[in-house]
Ligand binder design. Structure first.
Ligand SMILES: [Zn+2]
Length: 446
């Protein structure tokens, strides 16, 4: 009997082997992400793939050969705008081989990376076409932090979480975290641009992925940022979870189970997006923490976080109703040179919060709350020789100014600075409710 079973098993294996060896996999999903210095094309696979990539010149082309693949995705659907790809051609070079030819407007350097399955993805083949002459290594031209006239501005790096192959969390009706947080980041960037004492920079400004270590590097080294703000809208296993929260890097583990859960999700971004070996995050936590403590950056991150929570609390519920800054080991915050916080603007997994996060009005409110919190932090803790420091001295250490943005009312502004409307009127010699966008108000200290 046992012999018979073994015989049957062996013959089944033999029958299956040839089928398996010649398996042709269907590729029915391909994506393209344009980053500042490269174009990423991603093929979704069922299993590993044998492939070859090479460059041809006169005219410039890149050729990708895929073995035992049937390409059922129509590559003409890919949006080629802002990429060096002029056109795509697909041919069946040999019986079991698909050849994709990329016609280029300039020469590029190709590189491929086969990624093993990681939720929400299966196997993937990543083809990166690196620009030979990067048009912009940074998302936007670096603004000089030392102005030729006037005191130094504070540089705020706004980091929209996730992007590209890492969609972040998904809402119940399909809203993607990577899209929402980019919209909020851009709104915040626009608001901060109007502040005379602040220079904002976007760590990513499109739908592409930036490795976690690279996010810190762009902010700290390319832009010499004083403040790093990572924006998220994550999911939780319990769809009822709701509310905004603010996190800083932890010294002793996470401050709550939710904080620990969220840090684990965020730190997995590099794996989900797929990065190259040399892009791996090697920041050792202990060394960074020793450095951080020395610089008092953790304390300052908590002070900034409190201002942000206080502002966010005016416009959206706070997670657990708490006004305390939470702590967890978020890799993206491990940079001793900058005051760094991560803001969860809400739970995208909660139906009601997903609806709010989708709306432009709510995104705008979130951006304004973040702007106000950042402003208040700089105002209360002016770095020597900066615009905020100069303001404090100019006003005898008692007053700062507020430039009125569209949509703001006197009562709103009074509330933002925790002063009475009457006091705001008195200091600015206002009799009615008439204020205009762009007008500068003196804000008295309490
Ligand atoms: Zn996130």
């Amino acid at each position: 009997m046992i012999n018979r079973i073994i015989t049957i098993l062996c013959s089944s294996v033999l029958l299956l082997l040839p089928l398996w060896a010649n398996a042709v996999q269907q590729v029915d999903s391909v994506r393209l992400h344009r980053a500042p210095d490269h174009t990423r094309i991603v093929f979704d696979l069922n299993e590993n793939v044998e492939h070859k990539v090479f460059v041809l010149t006169n005219p410039d082309r890149v050729v990708l050969d895929l073995t035992d693949v049937e390409l059922s995705y129509d590559l003409q659907k890919l949006a080629l705008k802002d990429t060096p790809i002029k056109g795509l051609r697909v041919g069946h070079h040999e019986a079991n081989r698909v050849r994709v030819v990329f016609d280029l407007s300039e020469s590029i350097k190709p590189r491929t990376n086969v990624l093993k399955p990681v939720e929400p993805h299966g196997w993937r083949l990543v083809l990166d076409l690196f620009d030979q002459e990067p048009k912009a290594i940074k998302p936007q031209p670096s603004t000089p932090t030392l102005s030729t006239k006037g005191p130094r501005r504070m540089v705020v790096a706004i980091d929209a979480g996730h992007g590209g192959e890492d969609p972040g969390a998904l809402g119940p009706t399909g809203l993607r975290e990577k899209d929402v947080v980019l919209q909020i980041a851009k709104r915040l960037h626009d608001l901060l641009k109007k502040e005379p004492g602040i220079t904002p920079v976007l760590v990513r400004d499109g739908d592409y992925y930036v490795p976690l270590a690279e996010r810190r590097r762009i902010a700290a080294e390319d832009h010499d940022a004083d403040l790093f703000l990572s924006i998220h809208a994550d999911a939780f296993t319990d769809a009822r979870a709701y509310g905004a929260s603010v996190f800083r890097l932890s010294q002793n583990g996470a401050s709550s189970a939710t904080a620990q859960h969220l840090a684990k999700i965020e730190n997995n971004s590099d794996r989900i997006a797929g990065i190259y070996e040399e892009e791996k995050d090697n920041s050792g936590l202990l060394g960074v923490l020793a450095d951080l403590r020395m610089r008092g950056v953790l304390t300052h991150s908590a002070v900034l976080g409190k201002h942000l929570l206080s502002e966010l609390g005016h416009i959206t519920p706070l997670h657990g109703g708490r006004r305390t800054v939470e702590e967890a080991n978020f890799a993206v915050l491990r940079e001793p040179k900058m005051v760094s916080v991560l803001v969860e603007t809400g739970f995208i997994s909660n139906r009601e919060e997903e609806r709010k996060l989708r709306s432009a009005a709510h995104q705008d409110k979130l951006a304004r709350a973040l702007r106000n919190g950042i402003y208040q932090y700089f105002k209360d803790n002016p770095t020597p020789d900066t615009w905020f420091d100069a303001q404090r001295r100019e006003n005898g250490g008692t007053r700062i100014t507020h430039k009125i943005q569209s949509g703001e009312t006197l009562s709103y502004i009074a509330q933002q600075y925790s002063i009475s409307e009457a006091r705001l009127r008195e200091v600015n010699q206002l009799s009615g409710d008439m204020i205009r966008v762009g007008q500068t108000l003196q804000i008295p200290d309490l």
